[in-house]
Design a protein around this ligand. Structure first.
Ligand code: GLC
Ligand code: GLC
Length: 813
């Protein structure tokens, strides 16, 4: 399927954008270690080192006109024509345009009047530098004398200050220029020991560092003075807005080609003399770095390194299956997006400003589920970091700052689901790796300096925390919200200037969450299984008992006739019940109650999912609840603040759709599982991309619901828990390859029409080649399993000793 705007190149693992005026800017990320770049299909975006707020290297303005303006620009001047290979900012019509978003790189090619310019943006492995490999080809029959002008705008590192404190920032800007290198040195004179360098690996004919000089005070970037006049001015910025621009003159004969690079690097001068001359920054490290990429072949080698890194990572899980969307998402884009959530959490995207949110406790624990098989060691550290922000009574800081790893309650606290997600991430890690030693790691509690309680202790504390906070029905209290940040049953906010989550508690409120009850059920089972694995049957049995107690509370008080209610509000009234005027049925409690084992023996699980299907499913995915709230309800909070059909007010919140996919899998319903999977699958949206608008290669957080003005319109792509959960729902739920304590459990739940598929999976150092046959056209149930030709009882492939490949043959029936 091709859309008007582009198509997948599955073999190259790229999405190819073929026209620049996409329905929204389509984003990619550069980088994999410490330095990251956001890069859109027109080369827009910015670069930062580790922390998008505290170490922002280049500027970007969200909510700009047009949306995506500012980035890595190259102006090409050919005769009197001025154009950009990525179309923006001049938007001069191109003869040819192509943008290939690949794994860790973006390659943009533009051609006009016989001149072709290709820009390849990437961040070399382990390097604090972004490389723009620039290749210019003369495909015309005549000699071309070209002038190129690079352009980017420096940021003063602290992004919030940079975009608010102009009385200071307009006076502090400083640069140094040395040969082909422009050094951005603002604030180095006082407390910074780092600077930014923007260099060209080739000789330059001129430079500019003042925005006023290069662009012009009254000009836009599309009419920047220097490229239109045709000559650099050699401006040196003092205050105002420093930029980096090189002028490169090229003479190319017909068929001629030249390749060189621009390098943007963050340089830390920690441990060396800060100045090489009074008031002259010590540039030794910057020079050495630029030197490295000037050597013949160095840029290409570095790029090969990036490709090899991703190839290796993605070879952890590969599938060959009858559905092209599922296949390409599983093989390429879904794990790639999971890595973006590992690297960036919810910090920096076109919807996350880079200054708002740190690492969320709930979000990050769920993200682990999507990348634990790719980077188990880093997942291990992430889990320990997260646990380290829990307090001794079980309370979790809702977020922490990546630079300091200190928790804070800047965006609120007392979300009574937070702690339970730690059980899910920890169990997923141990299942993946078999590394039970993680459980004994001393982590301590954030409020008890020097304490050395183990990670396992944290998990038990989390269970105890929920038990100690229960309401009239024996169900868990919700606190300021649960997974649904906007279900604020205790806050009763009436002031427009306060946050819905921090507005304070209604006196004596005992609002309960059925979703947390379901999550608790699930967490109890997980922890019980872990204890069994550790040979601690007593604790496991105790957790079985807690599961049974909570289950009876759920079945007794939360069943509404055809589905599970969502919550009980501060007055004890049900939320998500047939008796409600609006918001009669919610998705989250159906998903989690079923996954936690509710409704199993009594038919309610199936009934609840059928109700979801009847009342919430739309062609664009499953909406969060129905009917949407048509007015603000102080007793429900932010959920009713959104216009009907948007975000948590009955939008399709993709994250929770995956729980329904998994719930259908638990009932062995392969068709229903794949249908719910595909409804929100971005690759499957290409045919309606003019409505969907967002990137067809990564998940969006929300798709407008049926009550919205434009149902089916997606927003907030990239940094969403949807990435991890869709990977779990596809790889473990549908394809049924489930890491478990004693090996790989094979438990597919596929449509009857799938007659076979294959999965290649790396697991605890061994490669498994799994081939599944479905001769009878069933959805689930393993009839036979052989491992390297030997029959195995049950459906668990025991861990093998060597690297493999181990051949696994599965027959369903
Ligand atoms: C956002 C938050 C996440 C929350 C969800 C639903 O995605 O990051 O923590 O669960 O919204 O409100
Ligand atoms: C989540 C929701 C968003 C809400 C925020 C508040 O991110 O998606 O709607 O504003 O939580 O913390």
């Amino acid at each position: 399927m091709k859309s008007t705007y582009g198509h997948f190149d599955d073999a190259a693992r790229e999405y190819v954008v073929t026209r620049p005026d996409t329905p929204l800017p389509w984003l990619n990320y550069l980088g994999q270690d410490d330095l990251y770049g956001l890069c859109t299909n027109t080369a827009g975006g910015y670069t930062f080192w580790r922390d998008a707020r505290l170490r922002r290297l280049t500027r970007y303005r969200h909510n700009n006109v047009p949306y995506d303006l500012g980035g890595r620009y190259l102006y090409v001047r050919d005769g009197d024509a001025v154009w950009n290979p990525g179309w923006k900012p001049t938007k001069t019509p191109l003869d040819r345009y192509e943008c290939r978003h690949g794994l860790g790189y973006t390659r943009i090619t533009g051609a006009k009047d016989g001149v072709e310019v290709e820009l390849l943006f990437f961040v070399p492995l382990g390097e604090n530098a972004e490389v723009w490999r620039t290749t210019v080809r003369n495909r015309s029959g005549a000699r071309k004398d070209l002038r190129l002008f690079s352009y980017l705008e420096f940021c003063f590192y602290e992004a919030l200050n940079d975009m608010t404190n102009f009385q200071r920032t307009y006076s502090i800007g400083e640069v140094e220029v040395e040969g082909s290198a422009i050094y951005h040195t603002t604030e180095y004179r006082e407390r910074r020991d780092h600077y930014t360098v923007f260099a060209c690996t080739r000789e330059v004919a001129g430079f500019d560092t003042s925005r006023d000089a290069f662009v012009g005070v009254h000009n836009g970037l599309h009419e920047a003075a220097v490229p239109f006049e045709g000559a650099a001015r050699g401006s040196v910025a003092h205050g105002w807005n420093p930029i980096g621009s090189h002028q490169v003159d090229l003479a190319l004969e017909p068929g001629g080609e030249e390749s060189f690079a621009f390098v943007l690097a963050y340089v830390d001068n920690d441990g060396v003399d800060r100045f090489e001359w009074p008031a002259v920054v010590n540039k030794e490290r910057g020079r050495a770095l630029v030197e490295r990429y000037t050597r013949e072949g160095a840029v290409d080698e570095a790029f090969d390194g990036v490709r090899a890194f991703w190839d290796d990572l993605l070879s952890t899980f590969e599938v060959d299956c009858p559905d092209e969307h599922a296949q390409r998402m599983a093989n390429v884009w879904n794990p790639y997006q999971c890595m973006a959530t590992f690297n960036l959490s919810r910090a920096a995207s076109l919807f996350e400003s880079g200054i708002g949110r740190g690492m969320g406790f709930r979000d990050s624990n769920q993200d682990v589920l999507g990348f634990v098989h790719l980077i188990p060691d880093r997942a291990r550290q992430r889990i320990l970091d997260l646990a380290g922000t829990q307090l001794s009574d079980g309370t979790c800081f809702h977020q922490y700052q990546p630079l300091t790893k200190q928790g804070n309650d800047a965006i609120g606290g007392d979300f009574y689901d937070d702690h339970l997600w730690l059980i899910l991430s920890t169990c997923a890690y141990v299942k993946e790796t078999g590394d039970v030693a993680l459980l004994d790691e001393p982590v301590g509690y954030a409020d008890t300096p020097g304490s050395a309680e183990t990670l396992l202790h944290h998990l038990e504390t989390s269970i105890a925390y929920t038990l100690s906070r229960r309401g009239e029905h024996g169900l868990p209290l919700i606190g300021h919200a649960d997974w649904n940040d906007c279900l604020n049953l205790n806050c009763f906010s009436t002031q427009p200037d306060e946050s819905f989550q921090t507005a304070g508690d209604v006196e004596g409120s005992r609002a309960e969450s059925v979703m947390i009850a379901g999550l608790f059920l699930y967490a109890c089972r997980e922890l019980a299984a872990l204890f069994r694995r550790l040979g601690r049957a007593g604790e496991a049995t105790r957790l079985d008992g807690l599961h049974a107690d909570m289950l009876s509370a759920v079945e007794e008080h939360a069943w509404d006739g055809d589905w599970y209610v969502r919550a009980f509000d501060a007055a004890g009234e049900p939320v998500g019940s047939r008796v409600c005027e609006e918001g009669q049925i919610f998705i989250e409690s159906q998903g989690w109650c079923v996954l936690g084992g509710a409704g199993g023996g009594n038919g309610r699980a199936r009934r609840a999912l059928e109700s979801v299907d009847e009342r919430l499913a739309t062609e664009h995915g499953i909406v969060l609840h129905q009917p949407a709230y048509t007015r603000y309800r102080v007793e429900l909070g932010e959920i009713s603040s959104y216009p009907p059909g948007y975000k948590e007010n009955a939008g399709v919140f993709c994250h929770n759709n995956t729980w329904i996919t998994l719930a259908w899998c638990s009932l062995g319903e392969g068709e229903r599982a794949l249908d719910t999977y595909l409804a929100i699958c971005p690759s499957a949206q290409e045919s309606r991309i003019d409505t969907y608008r967002s990137e067809p290669y990564v998940y969006a957080q929300v798709i407008a619901g049926r009550d919205a003005a434009i149902p089916g319109e997606a927003k907030n792509s990239w940094l969403t828990g949807t990435a991890a959960w869709t990977f779990v729902s596809l790889s473990q739920g549908i394809l049924g390859v489930k890491p478990d304590y004693d090996g790989l459990r094979i438990d597919p739940c596929i449509p009857r029409s799938w007659r076979s598929y294959r999965v290649r999976r790396r697991f605890r150092g061994t490669r498994y080649d799994i081939s599944v046959e479905n001769p009878d056209g069933v959805c689930s149930g393993v009839r036979s399993l052989t491992v390297d030709g030997r029959a195995v009882d049950g459906n668990v492939v025991p861990p093998a000793a060597g690297p493999g490949p181990v051949r696994v043959d599965v027959v369903l029936g």
